[in-house]
Design a protein around this ligand. Structure first.
Ligand SMILES: Nc1ncnc2c1ncn2[C@@H]1O[C@H](COP(=O)(O)OP(=O)(O)OP(=O)(O)O)[C@@H](O)[C@H]1O
Length: 268
Protein backbone atom coordinates (compact mmCIF):
# COMPACT_ATOMS: atom_id res chain seq x y z
CA UNK A 1 0.00 0.00 0.00
CA UNK A 2 1.15 3.52 -0.80
CA UNK A 3 1.47 5.04 2.68
CA UNK A 4 1.71 8.57 1.29
CA UNK A 5 -1.96 8.37 0.34
CA UNK A 6 -3.34 6.60 3.40
CA UNK A 7 -6.36 8.88 3.20
CA UNK A 8 -7.04 9.77 -0.39
CA UNK A 9 -9.64 12.40 -1.23
CA UNK A 10 -10.25 13.01 -4.90
CA UNK A 11 -12.55 15.49 -6.59
CA UNK A 12 -14.94 15.69 -3.67
CA UNK A 13 -18.00 17.90 -3.96
CA UNK A 14 -20.59 18.36 -1.24
CA UNK A 15 -24.01 19.75 -1.96
CA UNK A 16 -26.73 20.00 0.69
CA UNK A 17 -30.38 20.00 -0.29
CA UNK A 18 -32.19 22.30 2.12
CA UNK A 19 -35.68 23.78 2.32
CA UNK A 20 -34.24 27.01 0.91
CA UNK A 21 -32.71 25.15 -2.02
CA UNK A 22 -29.39 23.67 -2.98
CA UNK A 23 -26.29 24.70 -1.02
CA UNK A 24 -22.89 23.96 -2.54
CA UNK A 25 -20.66 23.59 0.55
CA UNK A 26 -17.43 22.06 -0.79
CA UNK A 27 -15.93 21.95 -4.28
CA UNK A 28 -12.96 20.16 -5.84
CA UNK A 29 -11.44 18.86 -2.64
CA UNK A 30 -8.24 16.92 -3.37
CA UNK A 31 -6.10 15.87 -0.43
CA UNK A 32 -3.77 13.02 0.36
CA UNK A 33 -2.84 12.31 3.95
CA UNK A 34 0.16 10.09 4.67
CA UNK A 35 0.16 7.37 7.31
CA UNK A 36 1.22 8.88 10.64
CA UNK A 37 0.71 12.43 9.44
CA UNK A 38 -0.94 15.11 11.61
CA UNK A 39 -3.17 17.39 9.53
CA UNK A 40 -5.15 20.37 10.76
CA UNK A 41 -8.01 21.97 8.84
CA UNK A 42 -8.35 25.70 9.41
CA UNK A 43 -10.61 28.33 7.88
CA UNK A 44 -13.31 30.80 8.77
CA UNK A 45 -16.55 29.74 10.38
CA UNK A 46 -18.90 27.98 7.98
CA UNK A 47 -16.27 27.18 5.33
CA UNK A 48 -16.88 23.45 5.57
CA UNK A 49 -14.21 22.07 7.90
CA UNK A 50 -16.64 19.89 9.86
CA UNK A 51 -18.28 18.79 6.63
CA UNK A 52 -14.92 17.58 5.31
CA UNK A 53 -14.15 15.81 8.60
CA UNK A 54 -17.58 14.16 8.58
CA UNK A 55 -16.96 12.97 5.03
CA UNK A 56 -13.71 11.31 6.15
CA UNK A 57 -15.57 9.86 9.15
CA UNK A 58 -18.14 8.39 6.76
CA UNK A 59 -20.94 10.27 8.53
CA UNK A 60 -21.69 12.04 5.24
CA UNK A 61 -21.48 10.79 1.67
CA UNK A 62 -20.01 13.10 -0.99
CA UNK A 63 -22.23 14.41 -3.78
CA UNK A 64 -19.37 13.66 -6.17
CA UNK A 65 -15.80 12.38 -5.99
CA UNK A 66 -14.34 9.67 -3.83
CA UNK A 67 -12.75 9.22 -0.39
CA UNK A 68 -10.48 6.25 0.36
CA UNK A 69 -8.83 5.07 3.56
CA UNK A 70 -6.14 2.41 3.26
CA UNK A 71 -7.20 1.81 -0.36
CA UNK A 72 -10.82 1.14 0.55
CA UNK A 73 -13.71 3.45 -0.19
CA UNK A 74 -15.12 5.15 2.90
CA UNK A 75 -18.69 3.92 2.79
CA UNK A 76 -19.84 4.73 6.33
CA UNK A 77 -18.67 5.27 9.89
CA UNK A 78 -16.19 2.74 11.25
CA UNK A 79 -14.20 2.34 14.46
CA UNK A 80 -11.09 2.41 12.29
CA UNK A 81 -11.79 6.14 11.88
CA UNK A 82 -12.89 7.29 15.31
CA UNK A 83 -14.08 10.80 16.00
CA UNK A 84 -13.58 13.11 18.98
CA UNK A 85 -16.11 15.95 19.05
CA UNK A 86 -15.90 19.29 20.82
CA UNK A 87 -18.71 18.46 23.25
CA UNK A 88 -17.06 15.20 24.34
CA UNK A 89 -20.34 13.28 23.81
CA UNK A 90 -19.98 10.93 26.77
CA UNK A 91 -22.95 8.95 28.03
CA UNK A 92 -23.86 10.73 31.28
CA UNK A 93 -25.15 7.67 33.13
CA UNK A 94 -21.94 5.67 32.61
CA UNK A 95 -18.65 6.03 34.49
CA UNK A 96 -15.46 7.10 32.70
CA UNK A 97 -14.41 3.46 32.66
CA UNK A 98 -17.72 2.32 31.19
CA UNK A 99 -17.69 5.05 28.54
CA UNK A 100 -14.31 3.82 27.28
CA UNK A 101 -15.19 0.13 27.73
CA UNK A 102 -18.21 0.53 25.46
CA UNK A 103 -15.99 1.44 22.51
CA UNK A 104 -13.45 -1.28 23.35
CA UNK A 105 -16.18 -3.93 23.55
CA UNK A 106 -17.60 -2.84 20.22
CA UNK A 107 -14.30 -3.33 18.45
CA UNK A 108 -12.65 -6.21 20.33
CA UNK A 109 -15.61 -7.82 22.15
CA UNK A 110 -15.95 -10.78 19.82
CA UNK A 111 -12.29 -11.72 19.76
CA UNK A 112 -11.06 -11.05 23.27
CA UNK A 113 -11.77 -12.05 26.87
CA UNK A 114 -13.30 -9.70 29.45
CA UNK A 115 -9.90 -9.43 31.15
CA UNK A 116 -8.29 -8.31 27.90
CA UNK A 117 -11.04 -5.75 27.30
CA UNK A 118 -10.55 -4.44 30.83
CA UNK A 119 -6.82 -4.19 30.25
CA UNK A 120 -7.33 -2.19 27.06
CA UNK A 121 -9.75 0.16 28.82
CA UNK A 122 -7.40 0.78 31.73
CA UNK A 123 -4.45 1.31 29.37
CA UNK A 124 -6.40 3.96 27.45
CA UNK A 125 -7.40 5.74 30.66
CA UNK A 126 -3.78 5.64 31.82
CA UNK A 127 -2.65 7.10 28.50
CA UNK A 128 -4.67 10.26 29.18
CA UNK A 129 -3.81 10.30 32.90
CA UNK A 130 -7.27 9.38 34.17
CA UNK A 131 -6.73 6.11 36.01
CA UNK A 132 -7.89 7.77 39.24
CA UNK A 133 -11.19 8.86 37.68
CA UNK A 134 -12.36 5.48 36.35
CA UNK A 135 -15.42 5.28 38.64
CA UNK A 136 -16.51 8.90 38.19
CA UNK A 137 -19.45 9.92 36.04
CA UNK A 138 -19.17 12.80 33.50
CA UNK A 139 -20.95 15.34 35.78
CA UNK A 140 -18.34 14.71 38.49
CA UNK A 141 -15.33 15.69 36.38
CA UNK A 142 -14.06 18.88 34.66
CA UNK A 143 -14.47 19.77 30.98
CA UNK A 144 -10.81 18.97 30.32
CA UNK A 145 -11.17 15.56 31.95
CA UNK A 146 -14.30 14.81 29.93
CA UNK A 147 -12.42 15.65 26.77
CA UNK A 148 -9.62 13.31 27.86
CA UNK A 149 -12.16 10.49 28.35
CA UNK A 150 -13.38 11.17 24.80
CA UNK A 151 -9.81 10.92 23.52
CA UNK A 152 -9.21 7.74 25.56
CA UNK A 153 -12.36 6.19 24.11
CA UNK A 154 -11.30 7.05 20.58
CA UNK A 155 -7.73 5.80 21.06
CA UNK A 156 -8.80 2.59 22.83
CA UNK A 157 -10.45 1.45 19.62
CA UNK A 158 -6.99 1.56 18.00
CA UNK A 159 -8.27 3.53 15.04
CA UNK A 160 -6.29 3.81 11.85
CA UNK A 161 -7.26 7.46 11.82
CA UNK A 162 -8.14 9.80 14.66
CA UNK A 163 -10.57 12.52 13.59
CA UNK A 164 -10.99 15.50 15.91
CA UNK A 165 -13.49 18.34 15.51
CA UNK A 166 -12.24 21.25 17.60
CA UNK A 167 -11.56 18.89 20.50
CA UNK A 168 -10.17 21.62 22.75
CA UNK A 169 -12.40 24.47 21.57
CA UNK A 170 -14.45 24.70 24.75
CA UNK A 171 -11.54 24.59 27.20
CA UNK A 172 -9.67 27.36 28.99
CA UNK A 173 -6.23 28.27 27.63
CA UNK A 174 -4.18 26.42 30.24
CA UNK A 175 -6.15 23.17 30.06
CA UNK A 176 -6.03 23.43 26.31
CA UNK A 177 -2.24 23.81 26.30
CA UNK A 178 -1.90 20.86 28.64
CA UNK A 179 -4.09 18.62 26.47
CA UNK A 180 -2.28 19.69 23.30
CA UNK A 181 1.01 18.62 24.90
CA UNK A 182 -0.54 15.31 26.00
CA UNK A 183 -1.95 14.72 22.54
CA UNK A 184 1.49 15.32 20.98
CA UNK A 185 2.99 12.68 23.29
CA UNK A 186 0.18 10.19 22.66
CA UNK A 187 0.35 10.63 18.89
CA UNK A 188 4.15 10.20 18.98
CA UNK A 189 3.71 6.97 20.98
CA UNK A 190 0.83 5.53 18.92
CA UNK A 191 2.00 6.89 15.53
CA UNK A 192 -1.62 7.75 14.79
CA UNK A 193 -2.77 9.49 11.64
CA UNK A 194 -4.74 12.54 12.75
CA UNK A 195 -7.04 15.01 11.02
CA UNK A 196 -8.12 17.83 13.32
CA UNK A 197 -10.38 20.83 12.80
CA UNK A 198 -9.27 23.93 14.65
CA UNK A 199 -9.82 27.70 14.76
CA UNK A 200 -6.62 28.27 16.65
CA UNK A 201 -3.57 29.30 14.62
CA UNK A 202 -1.04 28.45 17.37
CA UNK A 203 -2.65 25.06 17.91
CA UNK A 204 -2.40 24.38 14.18
CA UNK A 205 1.31 25.25 13.99
CA UNK A 206 2.23 23.45 17.22
CA UNK A 207 0.54 20.16 16.29
CA UNK A 208 0.61 19.84 12.51
CA UNK A 209 2.80 18.35 9.88
CA UNK A 210 0.63 20.22 7.39
CA UNK A 211 -1.98 22.93 7.84
CA UNK A 212 -4.74 22.74 5.26
CA UNK A 213 -6.26 26.21 4.85
CA UNK A 214 -9.72 26.46 3.37
CA UNK A 215 -11.24 29.31 1.38
CA UNK A 216 -14.50 30.88 2.47
CA UNK A 217 -17.75 29.26 1.49
CA UNK A 218 -20.03 28.75 -0.28
CA UNK A 219 -18.27 26.27 -2.55
CA UNK A 220 -15.21 26.31 -0.30
CA UNK A 221 -12.07 24.48 -1.30
CA UNK A 222 -8.48 24.05 -0.18
CA UNK A 223 -6.75 27.39 -0.65
CA UNK A 224 -3.19 26.75 0.49
CA UNK A 225 -1.28 24.17 2.49
CA UNK A 226 1.52 25.06 4.91
CA UNK A 227 4.21 22.42 5.47
CA UNK A 228 5.28 22.75 9.09
CA UNK A 229 8.89 21.61 9.21
CA UNK A 230 9.59 21.92 12.91
CA UNK A 231 11.46 19.13 14.71
CA UNK A 232 9.58 16.87 17.11
CA UNK A 233 9.15 16.63 20.02
CA UNK A 234 7.97 20.22 20.01
CA UNK A 235 8.21 22.46 23.01
CA UNK A 236 5.73 25.34 23.11
CA UNK A 237 7.93 27.62 25.19
CA UNK A 238 10.99 27.17 22.98
CA UNK A 239 8.86 27.57 19.84
CA UNK A 240 7.46 30.91 20.99
CA UNK A 241 10.83 32.46 20.14
CA UNK A 242 11.54 30.33 17.05
CA UNK A 243 11.80 32.25 13.77
CA UNK A 244 10.40 29.38 11.67
CA UNK A 245 7.43 29.03 14.03
CA UNK A 246 6.66 32.74 13.60
CA UNK A 247 6.94 32.38 9.84
CA UNK A 248 4.37 29.56 9.73
CA UNK A 249 2.10 31.45 12.10
CA UNK A 250 2.30 34.57 9.92
CA UNK A 251 1.57 32.54 6.77
CA UNK A 252 -1.66 31.22 8.32
CA UNK A 253 -2.70 34.64 9.64
CA UNK A 254 -1.95 36.18 6.27
CA UNK A 255 -4.17 33.61 4.55
CA UNK A 256 -7.03 33.99 7.02
CA UNK A 257 -7.07 37.75 7.46
CA UNK A 258 -5.70 39.12 4.18
CA UNK A 259 -6.37 36.60 1.44
CA UNK A 260 -9.60 35.20 2.89
CA UNK A 261 -10.73 38.14 5.02
CA UNK A 262 -14.21 37.46 6.33
CA UNK A 263 -15.77 40.79 7.30
CA UNK A 264 -18.91 39.38 8.90
CA UNK A 265 -17.51 36.59 11.02
CA UNK A 266 -13.86 36.83 11.99
CA UNK A 267 -12.70 33.46 13.21
CA UNK A 268 -9.46 32.17 14.74
N1 LIG B 1 -26.68 19.15 6.93
C1 LIG B 1 -26.56 20.35 6.36
N2 LIG B 1 -27.55 20.86 5.61
C2 LIG B 1 -27.40 22.05 5.02
N3 LIG B 1 -26.32 22.85 5.11
C3 LIG B 1 -25.31 22.38 5.85
C4 LIG B 1 -25.36 21.12 6.51
N4 LIG B 1 -24.20 20.94 7.19
C5 LIG B 1 -23.46 22.04 6.95
N5 LIG B 1 -24.12 22.91 6.15
C6 LIG B 1 -23.61 24.19 5.65
O1 LIG B 1 -22.35 23.95 5.03
C7 LIG B 1 -21.43 24.99 5.36
C8 LIG B 1 -20.23 24.39 6.05
O2 LIG B 1 -20.58 23.96 7.36
P1 LIG B 1 -19.51 23.34 8.37
O3 LIG B 1 -20.19 23.06 9.65
O4 LIG B 1 -18.81 22.23 7.70
O5 LIG B 1 -18.51 24.57 8.55
P2 LIG B 1 -17.29 24.76 9.56
O6 LIG B 1 -16.18 25.32 8.76
O7 LIG B 1 -17.04 23.51 10.30
O8 LIG B 1 -17.89 25.88 10.53
P3 LIG B 1 -17.55 26.22 12.07
O9 LIG B 1 -16.11 26.62 12.08
O10 LIG B 1 -18.44 27.38 12.37
O11 LIG B 1 -17.84 25.00 12.87
C9 LIG B 1 -22.18 25.98 6.23
O12 LIG B 1 -22.65 27.04 5.42
C10 LIG B 1 -23.32 25.18 6.78
O13 LIG B 1 -24.45 26.00 7.03
Amino acid sequence: MDESRFIDIEGVEMVFHTKKGVFHALREIDLKVAKGEFITLIGHSGCGKSTLLNLIAGLLQPSDGVLLCANREIAGPSPERSVVFQNHSLLPWLTCYENVYLGVERVFGKAESKAQLRERTMAALALVGLTHAETKRPHEISGGMKQRVGIARALAMEPKVLLMDEPFGALDALTRAHLQDELLKIVAATKSTVVMVTHDVDEAVLLSDRIVMMTNGPAATIGEIVNVQLDRPRDRVALAADAKYMEYRTAVLEFLYRKQAHPAKEAA
